[in-house]
Write a protein that binds this ligand. Structure first.
Ligand code: ZN
Length: 126
């Protein structure tokens, strides 16, 4: 089948499993390195993260108790988040993922800053 580029849903390939609800909250817990609750009870274990072609990413989780898998779509960096990161680097600080409560520290990949957990690009490293 020919690939149509018009529908955004086709750009995020994901992992083809059920999406977690309450994405923003899950994203905060995950970036903070805290436990992410499973819809089945208990907690989820992150198995991996994939970068999508539209600049978002998808995290794959497995439920510790049921072994069911879920995916969490992660938003692109907002303007506010990017400017927070920029302000930190301008002060000579190690920039932190603006979605976590206290980090993690962003990692430099090429000329860009990425969060090692959510894999989102938060701006350019100067
Ligand atoms: Zn993050």
């Amino acid at each position: 089948m020919p690939r149509t580029k018009s529908t955004p849903s086709e750009e995020t390939a994901g992992f083809g499993v059920e999406e977690l609800g309450d994405a923003k909250k899950m994203e905060r817990l995950y970036c903070s390195g805290r436990q992410v609750p499973s819809p089945m009870g208990g907690f989820l274990v992150a198995l991996g993260v994939r970068g999508e072609s539209d600049g978002t990413s998808t995290v794959l989780f497995e439920c510790q108790s049921s072994s069911l898998r879920y995916q969490l779509p992660v938003r692109k960096a907002t303007r506010t988040e990017k400017s927070k990161v920029k302000a930190q680097t301008e002060e000579g600080l190690d920039p932190l993922c603006p979605r976590g409560e206290e980090g993690p520290s962003l990692v430099r990949r090429g000329t860009d800053w990425f969060c090692p957990r959510c894999n989102i690009k938060f701006g350019r490293a100067v």
